[in-house]
Write a protein that binds this ligand. Sequence first.
Ligand code: G4F
Length: 333
Amino acid sequence: MSRKRALITGITGQDGSYLAELLLSKDYEIHGVVRRVAIEDPEHRLSRIRHLLDRVTLHAASLESYASIHSVVEAAQPDECYHLAAQSFVTYSFDDEFSTLNTNINGTHYLLSAVKRMAPRCRFYFAGSSEMFGAAAETPQNEQTRFRPRSCYGISKVAGYELTRNYREAYGMFAANGILFNHESPRRGYEFVTRKITSGVAKIAAGKQSKLALGNLSARRDWGHAREYVEAMWLMLQREQPDDYVVATGETHSVEEFAQVAFAAAGLDWRDHVVPNPTLFRPAEVHLLLGDASRANRELGWSAKTSFHQLVHEMLAADLEAQNISSAGATAG
Ligand code: G4F
């Protein structure tokens, strides 16, 4: 039997890199969609997949161009398509609503349409988000919880979710939505609060800075490990029938708790270093997210394994090592 082919948009990101590793371990042939600038600047823009470059085929395309997306799908002829690429930083979606909505909604629509035309039997995964729940009316949130997004990012993800569901219902495509709660790792981008904290703690421990400015410390998130969350994506596309799944740990912690644990692990007191910065508050905040992943547990056999403390410690250890500080000094998780 020939190898299965997977097409991954966003392959250069945290999730894309873990997913490519997972699928390579299952002997998939991997095709990734990247921006042309990434191919021209591999040192910086392909850093998360540098170790995979001789085993993946990269295609230059833009989510803003239907023609380029169509060409990639036609060339790759994927059996499975994982649509992870997006403008994914919620804060930025307040700064530029238009580009977030255009890229995220049109990009998903272009890809769905191209798959329907060029590879109709391809199984499609859409990276939905717990940001879709927004000011959720119930806690914990599951697949039935109503969406009440609080940002253009959340709105764009609701649109992508609905497009995916509509292609499933209207055209019989195998199209599944993952509703993933926050998932982090040492590969997380520095703009997200978890990595901002662990990299900040490491720089403070190295004596390179003394303060860390943060916004809303009381916001609560359900934080899991990205490496485990990509397994849930793959499992969703192995089902007999497509469906939508919440992927979460079932635990919620505040930003303050995250900071407290990270600083304490480096032998520091967060109160000596964290400075509140009101400009980092969002115009509309999502105050509390907590996922109920029992459907994923029941039907996919998936559950989160890494604890909150283990996650913080793993991220901090990587950032300490980047500062040439032995992570053995970090209190065990
Ligand atoms: O780390 P964050 O920027 O992640 P956020 O907004 O929850 O979104 C992430 O998770 C979503 C899944 O629910 C994804 F769809 C999305 O793409 C992204 O991966 O912020 C987390 C919380 C927020 O409440 C924010 O207000 O941390 C609070 N926060 C406090 N100080 C801060 C900061 N966030 C950032 N980025 N920077 C701060 O200084």
